[in-house]
Ligand binder design. Structure first.
Ligand SMILES: CC(C)(COP(=O)(O)OP(=O)(O)OC[C@H]1O[C@@H](n2cnc3c(N)ncnc32)[C@H](O)[C@@H]1OP(=O)(O)O)[C@@H](O)C(=O)NCCC(=O)NCCS
Length: 157
């Protein structure tokens, strides 16, 4: 990895609303997301503002070098868990950068919240994401309320 490919993470801020809106409806990201549903500008604005204000959610912007490259979201679960969701835009995929993002974001989430585990629900047709989570140290586990057509992978503190 070159210096230009150094991965950094920072908390998302209000000024990132348009950036994340563009990513959210990107066909590559949409096809691999859980809902596979595009959102309108108003719906996104409300969701983004509520997400930034919520103590039960962390949004992180991942950058590669100086360029914003993707988003990591953590949602505080009911018990001792947080649920992770992650994407990089297509041009940054396939170089192992997502594995670094997942590892580093998980470290930050564990530091911010006293949860014992982080759970990823990965679509069963998304082999690339599954392998990325495995490389980042996650392991398959049976988790209650796993959505249909998804598998759960878990990282423990
Ligand atoms: C999941 C993700 C964060 C993994 O990060 P990454 O940096 O691409 O991870 P890796 O480089 O280790 O690649 C993982 C696998 O995806 C495959 N892949 C690479 N580029 C790809 C692309 N453009 N499209 C589809 N798959 C791709 C790789 O071949 C690799 O497979 P391998 O295990 O046989 O090598 C990233 O691929 C991504 O954001 N994908 C789109 C959104 C998504 O799937 N999010 C996860 C939802 S649970």
């Amino acid at each position: 990895m070159t210096a230009a490919e150094t991965v950094t993470l920072r908390r998302a801020a209000a000024a990132d609303a348009d950036l994340v809106f563009a990513w959210r409806n990107d066909p590559f990201v949409l096809a691999r997301g859980s809902t596979q549903r595009s959102v309108g500008a108003e719906e996104h604005r409300a969701w983004f503002a509520a997400s930034l204000a919520s103590a039960a959610r962390q949004l992180w912007i991942a950058s590669v070098g100086a360029a914003p490259a993707g988003l990591v979201r953590f949602d505080r679960g009911p018990a001792d868990a947080a649920v992770i969701s992650v994407y990089l835009i297509e041009r940054y995929c396939g170089r192992g950068l997502g594995v670094i993002v997942i590892k580093e974001a998980s470290r930050l989430a564990f530091a911010a919240w006293p949860v014992e585990k982080i759970v990823a629900f990965v679509r069963t047709d998304n082999d690339g994401a599954r392998r990325a989570f495995l490389r980042a140290g996650f392991a398959p586990e049976s988790v209650e309320n796993t959505p249909d057509a998804h598998a759960a992978l878990v990282l423990r503190r």
